[in-house]
Design a protein around this ligand. Structure first.
Ligand SMILES: [Zn+2]
Length: 286
């Protein structure tokens, strides 16, 4: 079995960022679904069952707040059943992002949109109860309009304003093009279009300098980043539009792992240290 070798750590400077002092992030876990590790990353054991996280991240910022992905929505049962066999599995829903925002008295007027890492069901289901603009790019919109696994997106995005951002040819940590959401380097989206055409990695830098890379499905579990290890061949063929591009992006992400918290969307342990909304008033991470 051909394995990837660990790339050298990123040796360039870290990109400048001037996040405002009251910027913060919170995790909103909305549920999980079961996958066997041998499907999740090359070398994973069949007996090792993994709970795949479906978690939204709230990024607060004085200009406007965003969610990165939407987690499970109220219609999750229908969304799971819209999947082909290999993506359908037992799931547990623990409360939508919308419910969690409301139950903590969050001012919905602050929410500028949901910035999606990509349009797959397990990242966008929660848009069914979040009537805010969807922030995405032309490549992903085209993918979602045509792909079989864009069905849930096509349903939940109805009635939403689409905010289509453009990538500048501004390299960011090894990725060739990026988009600076607030213009201060605090939230930067980099194109990593291999899983789907317009998949992105969202880089977040907090006021105290802590950095995160929300990598969507570049890897499904942290083992994929730490190996680095690609998805197994069958899953690459089924799940990725361009497995070679995913490999390249995985190596880019792996080179950053010592410099920031890398968060594969579906790894429950990758969210450790990010506070929940409940603790917002007392212990924001900054
Ligand atoms: Zn996913």
């Amino acid at each position: 079995m051909k394995t990837l070798s660990m790339p050298p750590a990123w040796h360039g400077p870290l990109p400048g960022a001037t996040p405002p002092p009251d910027m913060a992030i919170y995790q909103l876990p909305t549920g999980s679904y079961v996958t066997r590790a041998n499907f999740a990353f090359k070398g994973g054991a069949f007996r090792d069952k993994r709970s795949f996280a479906a978690t939204a991240i709230l990024v607060t910022h004085p200009k406007r707040d965003f969610l990165i992905d939407a987690g499970f929505g109220a219609d999750i049962s229908a969304h799971v059943h819209a999947q082909p066999w290999y993506a359908r599995s037992a799931y547990q829903a623990t409360g939508t992002a919308s419910e969690q925002l409301d139950s903590h008295g969050y001012d919905r007027g602050r929410l500028g949109g949901v910035l999606i890492t990509h349009s797959h069901w397990d990242h966008v289901s929660g848009l069914d109860r979040l009537q805010v603009p969807i922030w995405t790019n032309a490549g992903e919109l085209q993918y979602a309009a045509e792909a079989r696994d864009g069905k849930v997106f096509r349903t939940v995005s109805q009635g939403h304003q689409i905010h289509q951002y453009e990538f500048a040819s501004a390299p960011y940590l090894g990725f060739p093009s990026s988009y600076d959401v607030h213009g201060d380097g605090s939230v930067v989206v980099a194109l990593a279009g291999g899983h789907t055409t317009g998949s992105v990695v969202v880089f977040v830098t907090l006021p105290a300098g802590k950095r995160y890379a929300f990598i969507g499905d570049v890897a499904w579990q942290l083992e994929g980043v730490r190996g680095p290890a690609e998805r197994p061949l069958m899953m690459r063929k089924l799940a990725d539009v361009d497995p070679g591009q995913v490999r390249q992006d995985l190596l880019r992400v792996a080179s950053l792992a010592g410099l920031m918290q890398v968060v594969p969307a579906h790894d429950l342990t990758a969210y450790e240290g990010i506070p929940r909304l409940a603790s917002r008033a007392t212990s924001p991470v900054s």
